[in-house]
Design a protein around this ligand. Structure first.
Ligand code: FES
Length: 107
């Protein structure tokens, strides 16, 4: 079975003071990946063709917290739990990219 969407979410953690920082320390109280997995379970997103993979560093730490959605290759910078909820409802539910949370990372 092929996936409609495959999401990679950065769950990289680094010690405080590390020059690159990490997505886990940015983005508020609840780590991005935990909220996404919570919504994944609650919404049974696998039945809608969504696959979520916890990744280590995605290479654009300065834009964190980060996740990327394929096949479109849309990068998101969700900063709080409500942003994750909106991505799940809009992108995965309705096929509409959430432009206000979209970023185009570059080095
Ligand atoms: S730590 Fe998340 S992209 Fe590098």
């Amino acid at each position: 079975m092929s996936h409609k969407y495959h999401v990679f979410v950065c769950g990289q953690s680094r010690p405080p003071g590390h020059p690159r920082g990490c997505c886990t320390s940015r983005g508020g109280g609840q780590p991005l990946s935990e909220r996404l997995m919570q919504k994944f379970q609650e919404g049974m997103l696998w039945e809608k063709g969504v696959s979520v993979s916890q990744a280590s560093c995605l290479g654009f730490c300065g834009y964190g917290p980060l996740m990327v959605v394929y096949p479109e290759g849309v990068w998101y910078q969700p900063k709080e739990a409500a942003d994750i909820d909106e991505i799940v409802a809009s992108h995965f539910g309705e096929g509409k990219v959430v432009e206000r949370l979209r970023v185009t990372p570059s080095k």
